[in-house]
Design a protein around this ligand. Sequence first.
Ligand code: 2PG
Ligand code: MG
Length: 425
Amino acid sequence: MGIAEDITTIRDLAIRKVFNSRGEETVEVEVELEGGYGRAAAPAGASRGKHEVVYFPGDNVDEALEAFEKYVVPELVGLDAAEQVLIDLKLEDIDGTENFSRIGGAVAIATSMASARAAADALAVPLFRHIGGFNARYIPYPVGNVIGGGKHSRWLGPDVQEFLVIPVGAPDIYTAVKVNFEIHRRLLRELHKVDPTFTGGRNDEGAWTPRISTEKALDVLSKVVKEVEKDMDVQVRLGIDVAASSLWDEKKQKYIYRNEGVERTPREQLEYMKYLIEKYDIFYIEDPFHEEDFSSFAELTSMFPDRLIVGDDIFVTNVSRLERGIRERAANAIIIKPDQIGTLTRAKETIELALRAGYTPIVSHRSGETEYGLLAHIAVGFRAPLIKTGVCGGERVTKLNELIRIWDYLGRAARMAKIRTVPRG
Ligand code: 2PG
Ligand code: MG
């Protein structure tokens, strides 16, 4: 038992079905301590990695609720919520499988996060401080998704899933968020010019969904970014999430670009990535290859050591998959989605390994998000230099506004994080 055991002892837990930002059912867990309270819900992905933990047991939210009542409640009551590792290890023991197939990853992550919030509440410290300790004071730069394609836009827009902006020159988080909003806003006008049928539609993450090609999207984005950089005097860099596992056809062994009407072999995919990075000076490239292709990841990383080659589906926040990546020099940056792996402890283990190995971690939302702002606390507590959490939509803005609140709370201690792969001036 921890030394603060009285007020942080778990008295009771509860679960209910609520909805995520996409209107899908998810689970919300409440943790009541002797002297505190916490609540959290699980987000959900649409372009999920094959190696992520199971979401609901039997693919069914009601089975998740049953598993929670039957297995989780009796085992967690009486434990000390201040001992996050013990809580999370207990969740692993209760489940007994590597991928949370018995209780489901949604129950696991909601319980893990609700417990952390409850402990922070009882100890009267902000969640980021509870997670990260006294030196947690670096605010991550927001990676903003401004144009959407791929599966997220029903294959009607560009083949690349996300077109991203990173205001790397912003002096503070408020300016950083403002820059991303300004780019998003100005894009509306510019996108009308290149796609007259565009009615201002946005996808699940609030990104615009014009029916244009990948290169057209990058042309328009580059133009708008240059204007905003000049007008607001802040350096901004471009990013893409190719989400290449969704393009990959296992039978054909090719990437299928539906909008362009082109199929690419792995070699051609590598050439295409090189072409896009050079033509548009892209700084951040997420999932340029499918989730099993470590060697193409390694090749691209060696070609562009001054860019962030980011692994999402390939690593799924999993420590063993990241270890393999480090061994094979695949990627130099990693997406951290706590829900991909099921507990805060596991996610922290992965991010710590990433930091030690010189990988840049990016704490990330899912396309189906919750209304909670706690991802902001996780990113600051985990010392992530970047956070990917969209630009607009209530469930995205709540996380960005929470970063602004953390900045204010920190006062003179607040700093913008350092991005390891130094952006070129
Ligand atoms: C991604 C995510 C979030 P999803 O691919 O990075 O943008 O999408 O949550 O649908 O997996
Ligand atoms: Mg991704």
